[in-house]
Write a protein that binds this ligand. Structure first.
Ligand SMILES: NC(=O)c1ccc[n+]([C@@H]2O[C@H](COP(=O)([O-])OP(=O)(O)OC[C@H]3O[C@@H](n4cnc5c(N)ncnc54)[C@H](O)[C@@H]3O)[C@@H](O)[C@H]2O)c1
Length: 667
């Protein structure tokens, strides 16, 4: 432990560490395309070398050139630390500020080899969701967090620690920006270029903001979505029982689908082209059976449906092959979706049909133009199969991965006669009107003791608080409250903790504030043994402006603005967040979304009590007020309720005009 602390405090080592070979037993990011000109490559090397003293330059310059040539990026693999990166007890991280130690814990969890998707390339999930661009940034950031006091703020530009600046104890300890660009420089190739130069990164949502808690974060949201999709197509359904859900992706987030399908009590089939991802989920127990023969798989699924069996099945292959065989055999599928990484179609997020996984990966780097062509062809076939099945009665929804957007860009038959997408996003149909507009979102917490006993105590506290609130909940939100109470009561049994002792729970503003207050009191009283970090996914009520996902159920035109996300992060930072972040990209892709988040440390103090109340109230109600102004009736209901609960909240309410009046206007 002493060695670990000393190593962190050293930051960039003064002597060159041994050169490291990359670990062949773990998953690595696909090589990125060669996009820089010769002069730009020199600039990338110059940029990388500025982290190191001059005496290392002669050794590192050719090494970094080789990395750039091989991977299309400079990761600085030589500087991967020798210690295991993982969430530990808060006190095990060197620190002068407990808040800064909590941030070390959270970012270490994002880079834990057992959790991160491509740990040696500093990617947590989503193929390109980066925590840092290179290992020098990691070393410097950890060193700064270890040295900083409660009167300083660390400024991070896309993973680069710009430095510690004097501030004050109510200010955030860290302010993170990821991928923020001048708007005209936010095309996919701009990301490739400026990321290769080492000046920006794709932070996804919870990767670059240090708030990833493993796949459980997404399991809860996915369970809610699948349950409500089943209820949507069958008013009598309580859950997914006796229904088949077909989708794709067993990666970082998408891997949650197989587990959620089982929690929702149905038959779930997931196609996955990367055998490493498939077998990881199988080993973990989230996939019950893996098939490489399509007919065996489909026979197994249909008999499971007939017997109302609860099972998750994986197809070791391309989703398009699966859909086409379902069409051929004329099998009825109740619910369909897709969670390949289509936010990143050209660099390994989505694989072409008819080409092996290995060949496709080589093509990304060697023949990117051919790869693009193959992807477009695949998207057209993918859409055609889905169109046939929806005509035969399947309910299909876009799962926030950019599927509709990219299918349309590929020229697939995805628009209806009005020029809109044929299919809704899950936010338009389910998550928006039933959850976000009422203020429910993926609230989460992490026990910094790293002790499962503390987590069990927090689960119990949260369940009691929700049950108490539910007694007086309006009918409009009783079903959501009830699903969430079931979730938290079953959470421990579902064994979803990997890494930090974390829990996700969809809760509204009232729930979040009351749970947070109860945790803070439990810390003060010693019932919890150490502080708690609170946070949320960016995929939430107010933190994210994303016209094809989080704000896809906003219909007043403002879905293409990003004021809400910016207000959110500014408001959180002066109301007491311990760290804040704002990102370009995340979920549906670079240039398509602005999203932000926060973390707040509860240490049992009265300062923490003051901060949590002020910040959580704003964080949710900022989003509700905007949704209400967009005339979303559920949000209108919720903001009026919030105003009654807090007379200092005075929100501008929309006047709703009679449709006939508008429709009779002559233009
Ligand atoms: N709706 C939500 O709540 C939500 C949440 C998180 C992520 N997402 C989005 O979902 C997508 C997936 O996220 P992730 O973290 O799992 O990414 P990921 O890259 O870890 O996983 C995607 C998986 O899809 C597989 N795949 C790609 N093309 C395929 C094909 N043609 N057939 C079969 N498998 C294929 C890949 O091999 C990969 O394992 C992203 O676009 C992400 O932004 C949505």
């Amino acid at each position: 432990m002493k060695d670990f602390k000393e190593t962190i405090l050293r930051g960039i080592p003064s002597q060159l560490p041994e050169k490291k070979e990359i670990n062949p037993d773990i998953s690595h990011a696909p090589n990125r395309k060669d996009i820089l000109s010769k002069e730009e490559k020199k600039l990338a090397i110059r940029n990388a070398l500025r982290y190191f003293p001059e005496h290392m330059h002669a050794t590192l310059a050719p090494e970094f050139t080789e990395e750039l040539k091989t991977y299309g990026r400079i990761y600085m693999h030589r500087f991967i630390p020798n210690y295991k990166i993982k969430a530990k007890h808060l006190e095990d991280f060197p620190h002068k500020s407990k808040q800064a130690a909590a941030i070390q814990l959270m970012l270490s969890n994002n880079l834990d080899y057992a959790i991160a998707q491509h740990p040696e390339e500093l990617i947590t999930y989503g193929g390109n969701g980066a925590v840092f661009q290179n290992w020098a940034q990691y070393l410097l950031c950890m060193q700064s967090l270890a040295e900083m006091t409660d009167e300083q703020t660390l400024v991070l530009y896309s993973g680069h620690p710009m430095g510690l600046f004097p501030s004050h104890k109510d200010a955030p300890r860290v302010v993170v920006t990821n991928g923020m660009m001048i708007p005209n420089y936010s095309k996919p190739d701009d990301l490739e270029k400026f990321n290769a130069l080492g000046v920006t990164q794709y932070g996804q949502m919870t990767a670059g903001s240090f708030m990833y808690i493993g796949p459980q974060g997404i399991v809860h949201g996915t369970t809610i979505t699948i349950l409500n999709a089943a209820r949507k197509i069958d008013a009598k359904a309580k859950d997914l029982s006796g229904k088949i859900f077909v989708t794709s992706g067993l990666g970082g987030m998408s891997g949650a689908q197989s587990k959620a399908g089982v929690i929702a009590k149905g038959v779930c089939i997931v196609a996955e082209v990367n055998p490493q991802a498939t077998y990881k989920r199988h080993k973990q127990g989230w996939v019950d059976q893996v098939f490489s023969d399509l007919d065996e798989l489909l026979d197994r699924a249909t008999s499971a449906r007939d017997n109302k069996e609860v099972v998750s099945l994986a197809y070791d292959g391309n989703i398009v092959d699966l859909w086409e065989r379902i069409v051929e055999r004329n099998i009825h599928i109740e619910i369909g979706s897709d969670q390949t990484s289509l936010h990143n179609p050209w660099a390994g997020g989505y694989y072409p049909v008819g080409i092996s996984f290995k060949e496709a990966n080589e093509m990304i780097a060697n023949n990117p133009e051919k790869f693009k062509k193959e992807i477009r062809k695949t998207l057209v076939r993918h859409t055609n199969a889905i169109n046939t099945l929806t005509e035969r009665g399947m309910y299909f929804f876009d799962y926030g991965n950019g599927f509709l957007l990219e299918a349309n860009r590929a020229g697939a038959d995805i628009l209806n006669e009005k020029g809109d997408f044929k299919y809704p996003s899950y936010v338009q149909d389910i998550m928006g009107p039933m959850y976000f507009d009422y203020g429910f979102g993926p609230f989460r917490w992490v026990c910094t003791s790293n002790n499962p006993n503390d987590l069990a105590i927090t689960d119990k506290i949260a369940a009691e608080i929700l049950e108490d609130i539910m007694q007086n909940s309006p009918n409009e939100i009783k079903p959501q409250m009830s699903d969430n109470i079931n979730w938290i009561k079953e959470a421990e049994k579902n064994k979803m903790v990997v890494g930090s002792q974390a829990r996700i729970l969809y809760a509204d503003a009232e729930g979040r504030m009351k749970i947070a207050e109860a945790f803070n009191n439990a810390i003060a009283e010693g019932a919890l043994s150490a502080p708690i970090v609170l946070g949320r996914d960016h995929h939430d009520v107010g933190g994210t402006d994303s016209p094809y996902r989080e704000t896809s159920n906003i219909y007043d035109g403002s879905q293409f603005t990003a004021d809400m996300a910016i207000h959110n992060v500014i408001g959180d930072s002066f109301r007491g967040a311990t760290w804040v972040s704002i990102h370009n990209g995340g979920g549906v892709g670079w240039g398509e979304v602005i999203n932000g988040g926060f973390g707040i440390l509860l240490d049992g103090s009265s300062d923490a009590d003051r901060r949590l109340k002020s910040m959580l109230f704003w964080d949710v109600n900022n989003g509700i007020s905007r949704r209400s102004w967009a005339r979303n009736k559920e949000a209108n209901f919720t903001i009026k309720r919030a105003m009654r609960m807090n007379p200092d909240l005075k929100v501008t309410l929309p006047s709703v005009v009679d449709d006939d009046l508008i429709n009779n206007l002559v233009f």
